[in-house]
Design a protein around this ligand. Structure first.
Ligand SMILES: Cc1cc2nc3c(=O)[nH]c(=O)nc-3n(C[C@H](O)[C@H](O)[C@H](O)COP(=O)(O)O)c2cc1C
Length: 202
């Protein structure tokens, strides 16, 4: 069964985005498995620890992305952009960039949970831009932002739920991703990446 990896971009204990990650996973259509990842253990990027020398959490991050058929991020926005924790994880995931990093060929979609009533889209835009440049593909869907998230995401003793209007948008974002996975676009992305590598290395 194809697997979608749900990654939360916040390491805060009561993170709205981690709660949204579990909700998004529950919205997968039949025929898909969910896997979950948080970034708590991923240290700041350090080029002294590339390849086999990478920390176990980084090796696990690369393997989780590499093994997944698609990735669904839930990320905060910090100061009008992608939080450092997420950029840092992408920096680790991108190595080695050649011949192929683990993002190559991976369809991705994302949602933001924010306390703000108006912000959030800049973080999404940053994430999608990085992902595409690494050889993945961010599904071209409308931005999925859960604004005023503390009023929309409720946690009743670990039973997390999302307001119906937001659920509709997050389900749409998840289903747009699963449609992309089913389309087989991945193999074209991998071929494109290898053509690019050949062009720059030969
Ligand atoms: C350093 C910092 C910067 C923030 N900047 C933004 C911002 O630019 N846009 C926004 O929508 N929310 C911003 N927020 C508020 C976040 O939406 C809020 O803290 C949210 O709960 C973070 O997600 P989490 O609950 O998953 O940790 C900021 C919060 C922090 C701590």
């Amino acid at each position: 069964m194809p697997t979608v990896l749900f990654i939360s971009g916040s390491i805060r204990r009561e993170s709205l985005n981690t709660k949204l990650s579990s909700i998004a996973g529950s919205l997968l259509p039949p025929g898909f498995d969910a896997a979950y990842l948080t970034l708590d253990e991923v240290p700041p990027y350090n080029g002294d620890f590339e390849g086999d020398k990478s920390p176990a959490s980084v090796i696990a991050l690369r393997a989780a992305i590499g093994d997944a058929d698609g990735v669904f991020w839930t990320v905060p926005e910090y100061n009008y952009g992608l939080p450092g924790v997420v950029k840092n994880a992408i920096d680790w995931a991108s190595r080695p960039i050649i011949p192929q990093n683990c993002v190559v060929g991976k369809p991705m979609n994302a949602a933001v949970a924010t306390t703000s009533s108006v912000n959030g889209v800049r973080s999404l835009a940053d994430l999608k831009r990085y992902w595409n440049l690494l050889g993945g593909i961010a599904v071209p869907t409308p931005d999925c932002v859960v604004n005023l998230a503390p009023t929309k995401i409720t946690d009743d003793d670990g039973r997390v739920s999302l307001a119906p209007d937001s659920t509709k948008m997050v389900r749409l974002a998840v289903e747009c991703l699963t449609r992309f996975i089913e389309s087989g676009i991945s193999s074209a992305l991998v071929d494109n990446w290898h053509a690019y590598v050949k062009a720059v290395t030969s």
